[in-house]
Write a protein that binds this ligand. Sequence first.
Ligand SMILES: Cc1cc2nc3c(=O)[nH]c(=O)nc-3n(C[C@H](O)[C@H](O)[C@H](O)COP(=O)(O)OP(=O)(O)OC[C@H]3O[C@@H](n4cnc5c(N)ncnc54)[C@H](O)[C@@H]3O)c2cc1C
Length: 373
Amino acid sequence: MSSEVSVPRVAVIGGGILGVSTAVHLLRAGASVLLLTERGLASEASGRSLSWLNSAGERSTPYHQLRIAGVDRYRTLFASDPARDWLRFDGGLMWNAAGQADATEARSAYERNRAYDSRLLTADRIAAATPGVDATAVPENAVFNPGEGWVSLPDLVDFLMAEFHSLGGELVLNAGKASVVVTDGRATGVELGSGAVHDADAVLVACGAATPAVVAPLGVEIPNGSPVSMLVITKPLEHDLEAVLNTPRAAMRPNPGNTLALDHDWYEADITGHADGTFSIPDEVVQELADEASKLLAGNPELKPASWKIGHKPIPGDGEPVLGELEKVPGCFVAFTHSGATLGLIAGELLAGEILTGNKHPMLATFRPERFA
Ligand SMILES: Cc1cc2nc3c(=O)[nH]c(=O)nc-3n(C[C@H](O)[C@H](O)[C@H](O)COP(=O)(O)OP(=O)(O)OC[C@H]3O[C@@H](n4cnc5c(N)ncnc54)[C@H](O)[C@@H]3O)c2cc1C
C-alpha cells in the first residue's frame, strides 16, 4: 500500500468471523474500514459452527503452529473476563469406535510428541478429568486435551462488532453479492449487489465457502472442498458437560443458555440441496443425532433439538488455510479456511498487519493463494 495514503481505506467483503476479526484489527491500527456482507452478520458458517478451539490430531507443522497461536489469542480474550458464557477453556475429550484403542493411543502419543497437552485415559478415569460424561459410552480409552476450549461465534461477532462501531467502522448489511473492482490490474474497490461502487486502497475477500467464486472472475483459481454440514442447538436442559466431545457418532459442546451444540458428518447423505440454495434434512435424522448425543451424557437426558442450520463448511481443496494477498491482483487479499473458529482472532490480526504494512508474516508463508497456480 502506498505510503502517501494517510488513512488507508480497506473494504472487507464477508461478515463472518474472519471478516469481522480482520476489520476490527484494521480499525485498531487506524485504518478506515468498510465491512459489507451479503445478508446479516454470522449468517453462514460462523452462525452454525461447533467452534472447538484446538490443534488436536495430525496436520502440517505450520498449520499446527498457527492454530496454537489462534488458541493463544483466545486465551488472552478469556483471561480478560473468565466469566463469559460464550468462551470457555474446559478441555476436549475424544474417542474412537470400539476396536480402535490403538489408534486412540497413537493419536495421543503423536500429540504429546508435539508437546500438545494430551492425556490418554481409560474409561474409569474420565469422571476425574471432566464432568458430565457417561463413561459407559467410551469403548476402551479416550484422549483428554485439557488446554482446548470452545467459543460461540455469534457472541464473539457481537462482541467484536461493539468495538468495530466504537472505532468508527462502516457496516453495510444486505449488500447482496459483492465483487472486487480491479483497475489496471490492482484492486481499487468493491461493487455491491446494487451496482454501487466503493473505492478502497485494499480489499479483503472473506466470504467463507463462497471465496473461490468471488475471486474466480479475477482469474484466480482456489480449489473448494467445502462440504455441506449441519449444526443443531438443543432446547435448554440441566447438564454438567464442560468439555467439547468428539466421538464416533456425535460431536457436542456446551452452548450459552444451558443448551448444547451438536455436530457430525454421518448424515451428510441425508441432506437435500434445493434450487434456491437452501438445504433440508428429515426431522428424524436430526432427532437421531440428538439421541446419539444423549448417550454421551451422564444420566442420558433426553435431548430435544430446538433449531438446526445447514450450509457449507468452508474448506479449501487441500485442507490448508488460504491467507494473504493475491499475487495476480495486488491489493486484493483472501481469507478462506477450515477451522476458522480456531484461527478467527489470529488470522484477523496477521492479515490486518499484512494489509496495512505490506510485510508478509512468516507464519503465513505456506498458506499463500498462489500455491494452486
Ligand atoms: C458445522 C461446522 C462445524 C465447525 N466446527 C469447527 C470447529 O470445531 N473448530 C473450528 O475452528 N472451526 C469449525 N468450523 C469452521 C468455522 O466455523 C469456519 O471456518 C468459520 O466460521 C468461517 O468463517 P468465515 O468468516 O470464513 O466464513 P462465514 O462465516 O461463512 O462468513 C462468510 C460471509 O461472507 C458472506 N458472503 C459470501 N459471499 C459474499 C459476497 N459475494 N458478497 C458479500 N458477502 C458475501 C456470507 O454471507 C457470510 O456472511 C465449523 C464449521 C461448521 C459449519
